[in-house]
Ligand binder design. Sequence first.
Ligand code: 5GP
Length: 228
Amino acid sequence: MKDERDELGFREHHPFLRKKGMLVVISGFSGSGKGTLMKQLMQNYDYYSLSVSATTRAPRPGEEEGREYFFVSKERFMEMIQNGELLEYAKYVDNYYGTPKAYVEQEMAKGKDVILEIEMQGALKIKARYPESVLVFITPPTISELIDRLRKRGTETEEVIRKRLEKAAMEAEGIEAYDYILVNDNLDKTAKHLNYLIQDQHMRVRSQIEFLEHIRKELRANYASMNN
Ligand code: 5GP
């Protein structure tokens, strides 16, 4: 399917538009399919960087150190907090999760939009610290589909699934703090939609303060030279 917006080249349309990358927070219930969605986004577009979190959770079968997570001991995690190595962190179900700061800052400076796939408490900390960040909440089309996906994953016990659903019910109360909600009913479609949604944020006035200053300066210079 041809998509007109792909021809706009909307990341490059003015040399003075701010090139610094944006911080994008993606949250969603456990089982919302957000992990697969992130993989798709990374595959399709080269201007995103996915932040890899540190966690005290044990790796699931198939997960690799440094790819899904940096798997660390609780002692090492506490040390990371103490040393200010984390942009944010939270306890989720029985484990700690946190975003390493250095990678995020380095990628944003390169102009990449950095994606943090994190839960709600962390998302709120990011919004407080970086008001320009954009918060997107991903839901599956129905709750029965959510439960199905959790069961099909086959990596969690019924007790952990129960805890994750309980957590989801709590999280559902906080979705108003997010900027956008996206229903993940079709992987390709949702990935495209998410990309447009993020890229549009670059054109928000508050993301383009330097550009505004530039326009104002040029206007003043022209006005002054006409007066003389
Ligand atoms: P899982 O154990 O299923 O990989 O992740 C559990 C939850 O922790 C998910 O909601 C995931 O988005 C969140 N999470 C992963 N990394 C981080 C992080 O660095 N910070 C916070 N606050 N949450 C995270």
